[in-house]
Design a protein around this ligand. Sequence first.
Ligand code: GTP
Ligand code: SPV
Ligand code: MN
Length: 593
Amino acid sequence: MALTNNKFVTTWVDEMAAMTKPDKIVWIDGSEEQLAALRDEACSTGEIIKLNQELLPNCYLHRTAVNDVARVEGRTFICTSKKEDAGNINNWMDPKECYAKLTKLFTGSMTGRTMYVIPYSMSVVGSPFAKYGIELTDSIYVVLNMAIMTRVGTDVLEALGEGGDFIKGLHSKAQLDEENRYIVHFPEDNTIWSVNSGYGGNVLLGKKCFALRIASYLGKKEGWMAEHMLILGLENPEGEIKYITAAFPSACGKTNLAMLIPPTVYKEKGYKVWCVGDDIAWLRVGDDGRLWAVNPENGFFGVAPGTNDKSNPNALATTKRDTIFTNVVHNLDNNTVWWEGLDNDPPANAIDWKGNPWDYKKYDKKDKSTCGAHPNSRFTASAKNCPCVSSEFNNPNGVPVTAIVFGGRRAKTAPLVYQSRSWQHGVFVGSIMASETTAAATGAVGVVRRDPMAMRPFAGYDMGDYFAHWLEMGKKIPNKPLIFNVNWFRTDDEGHFIWPGFGDNMRVLMWILARCDGKVDAVETPIGFVPKAEDIDLTGLDLSIDTLKGLLDVDKDLWKDELAGIEEFYKQVGDRVPQELYDELAELKARLG
Ligand code: GTP
Ligand code: SPV
Ligand code: MN
């Protein structure tokens, strides 16, 4: 039975049901009883596996289809009526053509299945930031994930009332046919359609599809921003908390930074780090002239490999209950899970992410095809279970932002940290971000590509207009955050990471906040301001000051090579790249000599 009389909702649900022809329709009310029943049902069909309830209470394992393990950027489309509004970086399809094409794929796609109607809110229901969505899906796995990642239930329908202001999401696994897999967005219709996938970012429509692609489009129209950013609070011994947001591309360290545990030298003094968000930030200018951030999500869809009790103990602790693991190793000896980088103790009696018996002795670190867990295997865990979740997590007004940090995986060019010269220069720094690709999306891994503001796969409109929006926002924020760039991933000649990373990244955050407070000097370089090596505290680290100097070094020749790549990328973005950014490029060129 429908949980609302809202005609906008019921008419649309009826239309979608007429097309997809499910055997029945079930409305998700957000109750634990209903979710428990769905978990039982999914266990009975093998869709999820109940794990050891003593060691991992309320935890489950799911495996997606072998050809369906990451986002599919090549099959993701922005369908605006004018092609130029989607821009050159996005794939575009004419909305009419796209509706027609996908209607064929959706027709009868839910026959023999149930259609679940999931009312959900991105950010706290009723808050000034909140935006509502309804996802229709034929996957219990999607329902269970959405119930962790977003705020789901009848209160969303109550908050929506009689209005039609919600994002209409339709998802069907259909036949999981790779050749007919599409993730499409109609920003002008507040609509998202996703078909033939069962993997996270393609099907949890509140996340990348709504909270980034559609929301960035809305933000441009309405004067706010939706960004691929973590949000963390750094508390000093006096109890003051400063908030930092950071945009790194997929699988480049947001979850890890957001939950970091301070190194002993800071912990002993009383410093603490609190997690507000690990993937998405919505940003608005507050009445006080500062920029305010909320995390619209309610959980974490985090990368499993590499997560352990040294690298990210907080994330590991978060996954000890109420978690859905996707594409990790199933340890049959104790019915728990394992992944590469969890510990040095791979299970002897195990099933790999493909569902086949797995022999850890054949595992070769350098050959990803021998992995037990997929490199993009993930955990879906509830924010409330995170030991370092911020007390402001549910604050409807969000948190004020002191610094914005960009970063990516660069083996050489980018130094450990540098500060931009101004907001406009900071936008330039974000726009020229480049990073090695990861397993989070299908395609080659380890190839350097431009990924401006970590939003290349997620901006719901023209990238040049997106840059212009960043510049515009700067004019609307009287009390602007300062903008920095970091790189934890510089490597030595043998390809090893030089910087220890993880908790030790706090040492860099401390310099960033000292800069924001005007408490520390810096060295001017052609690309921006870098720290004096002695201003990064190395206490307790086995890293020499000379090595640190190397990490902070700006190699002019490498940067001169970079110029051509930037210019080429701007050309590719097209004629909407703001002149201000070309001016910044010219000034960088001049400073490099
Ligand atoms: P998405 O969820 O895909 O948006 O990714 P994310 O940015 O949250 O990335 P995450 O924090 O999950 O990190 C991805 C991978 O990078 C993991 O395997 C981490 O172990 C590794 N990683 C994170 N931080 C660091 C770091 O400081 N140094 C090094 N060397 N590796 C890191
Ligand atoms: C990413 O790829 O940036 C993710 C995971 O955060 S997904 O939800 O699949 O997009
Ligand atoms: Mn992400």
